[in-house]
Design a protein around this ligand. Structure first.
Ligand code: MN
Length: 287
């Protein structure tokens, strides 16, 4: 296999609050909403944080999305989602909610009432996945993916384990249905392990490191940082310098113009204006 070159280690950005429920770091930094990370758009990561017991669950109230998908991965705690297409769901540790906003949806995202009453640790990531132009007008959809439905792949030589959320690794297929080809693997490596992972030639690949520390091509990629790989090559090699958790994101680049404003991601400014008008006129529904 030909290794994909590590082209950049993206620094840890400053955190900011989303509503009052999620203190997130936007890990793609200045590469968010560019074709360097396509088909992915951005990744917000909320490191484990303690919340006091409360009868008022923290989170973010009704807001729209259009033109893409939001993928919420819960690492700790329990979240509750509700949207204008009538979907509701509770997702707990290890679960994933894959929401297709496409032509437009209004949703809210809170800590679950039960978890909020108990208080405790919450940690999550939210990935935004772009849709090809031809699919931006698709009907909204909601995939509730349980931890138990996500296959676990043991990596060679006891290096660790990968949960295949989307795509395929060593014959294990992830449950998420996607509009374009991509791999989303939740990876845990043991300290000292070295592993080579197959990533298709031509795919973009980014690897946010949540915990621990990796060495890639002789360079350190510590917790909070993101490795960005070249499209050329068909494998990446990771060496864990500590017990490490990371999220491998790889996919076939969509390579269409990206027009992004707030919660809308289209191909042109005119389409953004249209989405804003659709939202204001109630075409995306309400809660
Ligand atoms: Mn949202």
């Amino acid at each position: 296999m030909t290794p994909k070159v590590l082209v950049r280690v993206i620094d840890t950005p400053q955190p900011h609050w989303v509503g009052d429920g999620f203190l997130v770091r936007p890990l793609f930094a200045d590469l968010a909403f560019t074709n360097a990370v396509s088909p992915f758009l951005m990744l917000d990561y909320a490191a484990p944080a303690q919340f006091k017991p409360s009868d008022t669950p923290p989170g973010v109230g009704p807001h729209p999305h259009a033109g893409f998908e939001t993928v919420t991965i819960v690492y700790d705690g329990e979240l509750e989602h509700r949207d204008s297409a009538g979907h509701t769901g509770l997702i707990g540790k290890g679960d994933v909610q894959w929401m297709t906003a496409a032509r437009g949806i209004v949703h809210e995202e809170f800590h679950s009432r039960g978890a909020s009453r108990r208080g405790g640790t919450v940690s999550m990531a939210q990935l935004w996945v772009n849709l090809p132009r031809r699919d931006k007008g698709a009907p909204p959809a909601y995939q509730d993916i349980r931890d138990a439905d996500i296959p676990r792949v043991e990596l060679a030589s006891g290096a660790g384990v990968a949960r295949v959320i989307a795509g395929e690794l060593l014959g294990a297929k992830g449950p998420a249905r996607t509009f374009s080809p991509m791999n989303v693997w939740d990876i845990k490596l043991r300290a000292g392990a070295e592993v080579e992972l197959p990533i298709s030639e031509g795919d973009n690949a980014v690897l946010p490191v949540f915990h621990g520390a990796l060495e890639i091509g002789g360079r350190a990629v510590d917790a909070g940082k993101v490795a960005l790989f070249a499209r050329e090559g068909d494998a990446i090699t990771l060496r864990a310098r500590a017990d490490t958790q990371a999220l491998l994101l790889a996919g076939s680049p969509i390579d269409e113009p990206i027009a992004a404003q707030g919660p809308f991601v289209m191909n042109t400014r005119q389409e953004i204006q249209q989405a804003m008008d659709d939202y204001r006129r109630g075409k995306m529904g309400s809660l």
